[in-house]
Design a protein around this ligand. Sequence first.
Ligand code: DPM
Length: 319
Amino acid sequence: MSSNVATRTIRIGSRKSQLALVQTHWVQAELSRHFPDINFEVSTMETQGDKILDVALSKIGDKGLFTQELEDDMLSGDIDFAVHSLKDLPTNLPEGLRLGCVTQREDPADAMVVHEKHKDKQIDTLPEGAVIGTSSLRRLAQLRHHFPHFKFKDIRGNVNTRLRKLDEGEYDAIILAAAGLNRLGMSDRIHQILPPSISLHAVGQGALGIECRSGDDDILSLLKVLEHEPTAQRCYAERAFLRGLEGGCQVPIGVNTTIENDTLTLTGIVASLDGQQLIKDTVTGSPTDAESMGSKLANRLRDQGAQEILDVINAENRA
Ligand code: DPM
């Protein structure tokens, strides 16, 4: 550890939402435990994605929707690194910034939370016409494929707002990341974890990604203590897959990864918004080849027609 780090205050940037703060405070506590002589300060800000709540995410455009303000502050030196939900961090970062570390993943699966009148039901026994709240195109497309008899309705706002809208009867069920609910201490609201056969999760879901300045070796060496290698390898494969399809954070693209017996398995899906077309394939390889496996899977799905599906959606999002 070089001496200038040990004598200065390190500023951590975070969004202001309750979930973002839980995550950032965890990072702050872990670093303080490893480096008791360094002072870690949290500085919070709102991003575009926090401010615009009345427009579907897919229509706002996704170039760093939840990250750009933090990135500007990193580049200007106001903060030293930023803590993100990895799934909100674009796969291509601004010049001068990099992914500094990936933390151990929570459950990456999607979870269903139901209105209390449905507490004896599972997703496959909800009634015809049930109103499902989600603003994720990925969840929408996959659920429509399996359950064409549901109605889907956009839902925005933080986790608490969404749960309130569900409880007030606006929806029969909503789909959220299990990881977010678990981190907020609301695991008891999870009614059903959706298996990969129903919903493949988003790229990077359940992991935190810490972004920092590219050449900042002092910060990079601090962040190393939080890196979880198997999670990082899985997420690098997932991100290379998304990058290979030029997908942003609002595309109907899902993944599933495992590492067993030193073999990385990456499954990816691209779905049309009407749920009619699902293109899915799997690659396996060494965890050390994570990135090339991601590109390989992207090329395979492209050969099977994924690009045509994505072109239609990107054109609609721009309209
Ligand atoms: C991204 C998506 C959503 C968030 C799109 C997707 C969900 C939007 C919605 C890229 N970011 O998942 O297909 O459901 O309307 C977000 C959540 C978390 C990080 C909340 C959630 C917590 C979980 C995590 C919003 N970003 O997905 O329920 O840390 O992975």
